[in-house]
Structures are given as C-alpha cells and as structure tokens.
Design a protein around this ligand. Structure first.
Ligand code: FPP
Length: 229
C-alpha cells in the first residue's frame, strides 16, 4: 500500500460525451460531469483521501465561446449552492486554487461563503481549480516570494503556490483519452503516478477510480531513490 493523500483529476471529455449522447449542446456534458464530481468526492472522502483537486476551469478556457464560459460559471455557482449540504454532512472542506479575481462576483461570493462554512473540517478537502494554470500560479508565487523578500528554494516554493499547505499530488488522473498535463499542477506532480483513461469524464465511476487506486498501491514509489535492500 502506498500513502494516498492527494488525487488530482483532469476531467476531460464532457463535450464529446454530449455529442455521443446526441445532445445539441456540448454544455450538457458539463452538467452531467458535475454529477460525477459529487460521486467521486463522496468516494474519496470515504476512502480517507485528504485532498481531491479537480480541474474545473483553466486559464486557457477563456478562449471558449462566451455561452460555454457563462454556462460553466453558472454551473459552478449552482454546484456549490447544492453541494454545501454534502460538504457539511461529510465534513468535507472546500478550497480553490487559481486566480479568482477574474470570476463573476456572485461566484466569488459563493466560493468565499462555502470556504468559510467548511473551514473547520479536517477530513477530505475538495479543491476546485478555477481560472487555474500552473505557469500562472508559478509566476504569481515568484512575485509573492519577491514581495516577501524570501529567496525561493525547493523546500519553501510550495508555501508561495496556491497549494500552500497541501501535499504533493500522489495520483494524477486524466479522463477523455488525451495524454498530456495541460498546465495542471506542474510543480506539485513532479513525482505523481500518472493515470490516463479513454473514459469520458461523465462516464467515469468510483469503481474505475478504485481500480486505478489498486494499481497505484502496487507501484513501488522510489521518488528517485533506490529500492530498499
Ligand atoms: C473538459 O471537457 C472539461 C472542462 C473544460 C470543464 C470541467 C467541468 C466540469 C466537469 C463540470 C463543472 C465542474 C464543477 C465542479 C461543477 P471538454 O469540454 O474539453 O470535453 P471535450 O474534450 O470532449 O470537448
């Protein structure tokens, strides 16, 4: 068994799922995808995972059509409104990474309220990456450190990243068949085990995640060292 503290997921394939199902609009896939977020969160919480980081909106996603951006912003707002009950019942803490300053103010308020309501929980922390890009995060971290007059080291870097206080990523999963990181948690996944599946995010199940965790547990993680003699 390996220690599993942090799972990060690139939830790809929503648009293709909608098309496959015959929906006229790809945003239907996002709507269905939000339901999987709930199921995977409950599973991770019950499994005893400490952090579940989900890529909900990247710094590059602003290039999408306005109606899709508006839909995603509204969906996240509705999701957080509905999910507060789930967070409270399961003692899930809610956090975000990414630059929230560009988000609509109602969503920013909702995020702040949800964080405040769940701040004392010590079980799973669900982290939504919103307007997140790893390069943007690293640049902001470097600026923060400079402002604080701190010389960056490998050890203190995380204190200045949005993931301050969080452990490195143990498992990084991407659904939807592509095998790339798309500017997600580049610093934090230096030693992550990578899992790619062709399953489109709205078809992803806790059972498939469980299968990946089984594989993860069989991996001998050496972090650049050698096997114990
Ligand atoms: C990628 O699929 C997915 C996104 C850009 C957004 C992810 C958002 C959700 C899963 C739902 C909202 C989340 C929450 C927490 C409410 P894609 O559209 O790029 O799919 P495609 O590659 O098939 O086109």
């Amino acid at each position: 068994m390996n220690e599993l503290r942090h799972i990060a997921i690139i939830m790809d394939g929503n648009g293709r799922w909608a098309k496959k199902q015959g929906f006229a609009k790809r945003v239907k896939g996002h709507e269905e995808g939000a339901k999987r977020v709930r199921e995977i969160t409950i599973f991770a919480s019950n499994y005893g995972v400490k952090y579940l980081t989900l890529y909900a909106f990247s710094t590059e996603n602003w290039k999408r059509p306005k109606y899709e951006i508006d839909f995603l912003m509204k969906l996240m707002d509705i999701y957080l409104k509905n999910e507060l009950k789930l967070f409270l019942e399961n003692e899930v803490r809610f956090e975000t990474i990414g630059d929230l300053s560009k988000l609509p103010s109602n969503l920013r308020d909702r995020i702040a309220y949800t964080k405040e309501q769940t701040a004392s929980f010590t079980g799973l922390t669900q982290v939504l990456a919103i307007n997140y890009g790893s390069r943007d995060e690293i640049i902001r971290a470097v600026r923060r450190a400079k402002e604080a007059g701190v010389e960056l080291t490998e050890e203190n870097m995380n204190d200045f990243l949005d993931t301050a206080g969080m452990p490195d990523v143990d498992m990084l999963i991407r659904t939807g068949g592509e095998q790339r990181l798309s500017n997600f948690l580049l610093w934090q996944s230096a030693y992550s085990e990578l899992f790619f599946t062709p399953t489109l995010w709205p078809d992803f199940t806790p059972k498939e995640l469980e299968g990946m965790i089984d594989k993860f547990n069989k991996i001998e993680r050496r972090f650049g060292g050698v096997k114990d003699e």
